[in-house]
Design a binder for this molecule. Structure first.
Ligand code: APR
Ligand code: PHB
Length: 394
């Protein structure tokens, strides 16, 4: 079995693992990335698409934002619709110019894979039997099979960037991990449609029939979501049924409605809040979905992953030059603070905008009162805006 050495062994080539590899590369730090899916699968996976200001700034500083600046759609506001009316929350005006940029997560991943390949540093796709070992020693190990051959990589640090279903978190003994979670009694049916966006900005809507979200990917592609049952089969939703429901839930009294067009792709995702504490075990550090999941309503998943790897890259760089452990020691606590802030925000957005079977008539009126207060109060809108655009990375 070939035994090689690297400074950082990275499990997972999603946005977290790839961005970490790139930030380390910029610091002259070597890494090996292993990914169990194919490169095509990782690039084609349709996911969320809202980048916080901090994510855009990080990608720009890291030199991987050329296409993002060309094709990304910068939005200075979002719409909130309820009771048949649409209201605007002026994100940029309320946050001294911070904004969000719409750019699909799969485009981010594509750009980061291109950047990785350009560096010539290793990234192995379609690996299997990935394992992490000797985590509480100074020489943790990554083992995997690639093309039928067994590999072992000795590392200084292992980064668990392998998403919620990965192996890194589960390699931590249960006695060292505390888990907090909440499942929601609904899911999102997400569709990608060949239809020009009829609004320049996203619209989040609460309707008697449930939540709906209007988003986009380009001047000719709309991205839309509908609240549905968590175990619903997307194939039970015909194009006609999808458009009838979207039109009913999104149309507002000012005459606005989404444009109808051919549906290119559809799928159902469940919604959960999840936090694993701490984000470290010995020399294993968890980042992104491996450590925490947020419901998509606040658009925080990808951005939390980016904030994690920014912090982790800084901490590893400090450790590699000074052998100081302070930043590595602070990694988890600092990350959990940001994570819990995003958890609160995502839970709040989710509960404000979804219909729940267990809600009674009082809950529904309270929900409408919350929305009414939100769009009528500059203080309330500012609170939403500063969380939505994201606090600067630290
Ligand atoms: N070995 C190697 N790779 C693995 C393994 C494993 N055992 N298990 C999972 N992976 C890979 C997955 O195939 C995936 O490509 O790890 C990667 C994890 O990527 P993501 O799930 O995208 O997670 P992350 O990089 O943390 O990105 C954050 O933001 O919008 C949210 O949930 C969304 O994916 C998104 C996330
Ligand atoms: C998306 O465009 O995919 C999107 C936008 C906002 C969200 C979630 C997803 O809250």
């Amino acid at each position: 079995m070939p035994v090689t050495r690297t400074q950082v062994g990275i499990v997972g080539a999603g946005p977290a693992g790839l961005m970490l590899g790139h930030l380390l590369h910029l610091r002259g730090i070597d890494s090996v990335i292993v990914e169990n899916r194919s490169r095509e699968h990782v690039i084609d996976r349709v996911r969320a698409g809202v980048l916080e200001q901090g994510t855009v700034d990080l990608m720009t500083a890291a030199g991987v934002a050329q296409r993002l600046h060309r094709e990304g759609m910068r939005h200075g506001g979002i719409g909130i619709a309820f009771g048949g009316n649409r209201h605007r929350i002026a994100l940029a005006e309320l946050t001294a110019g911070r904004a969000i940029t719409i750019y699909g997560q799969n485009e981010v991943v594509k750009d980061l894979i291109d950047a990785r390949l350009e560096t010539g540093r290793p990234v192995y796709f379609e690996v299997d039997r990935v394992g992490v070992h000797d985590l509480t020693t100074a020489q943790p190990k990554l083992r995997f099979h690639h093309g039928g051959d067994a590999h072992e990589v000795t590392c200084d640090v292992v980064a668990g960037c392998d998403g919620f279903h990965g192996i890194c978190r589960t390699a931590i003994p249960a006695t060292h991990l505390r888990v907090y979670e909440r499942d929601y009694p609904f899911g999102w049916l997400g569709v990608l449609a060949s239809a020009p966006p009829t609004s320049d900005e996203l619209v989040y809507s609460l309707h008697d029939r449930g939540f709906a979200l209007f988003s986009m990917r380009s001047p000719s592609i709309t991205r839309l979501y509908l609240q549905c049952a968590p175990d619903e089969n997307a194939e039970d939703w015909s194009d006609d049924r999808i458009w009838a429901e979207l039109t009913a839930r999104l149309s507002t009294s000012d005459g606005w409605a989404p444009a109808v067009g051919p549906i290119l792709q559809k799928g159902v995702t469940g919604m959960r809040s999840f936090v694993a504490e701490p984000m470290r075990y010995g020399r294993l550090f968890l980042a992104g979905d491996a450590a925490h999941i947020v419901p998509p309503t606040g658009a925080k998943g990808l951005n939390l992953a980016m904030a994690d790897v920014y912090r982790l890259a800084e901490a590893i760089a400090e450790h590699s030059t000074s052998v100081r452990e302070d930043a590595l020691d602070a990694y988890s606590d600092r990350g959990l603070r940001r994570t819990w802030r995003a958890q609160r925000f995502s839970w709040w957005m989710t509960s404000m905008l979804h219909r729940s079977e267990s809600d009674n008539a009082f809950d529904r009126r309270r929900q409408l009162a919350e929305l009414d207060y939100l769009v009528g109060s500059r203080a309330a809108m500012t609170s939403l805006a500063e969380n939505y655009v994201g606090v600067p990375f630290d």
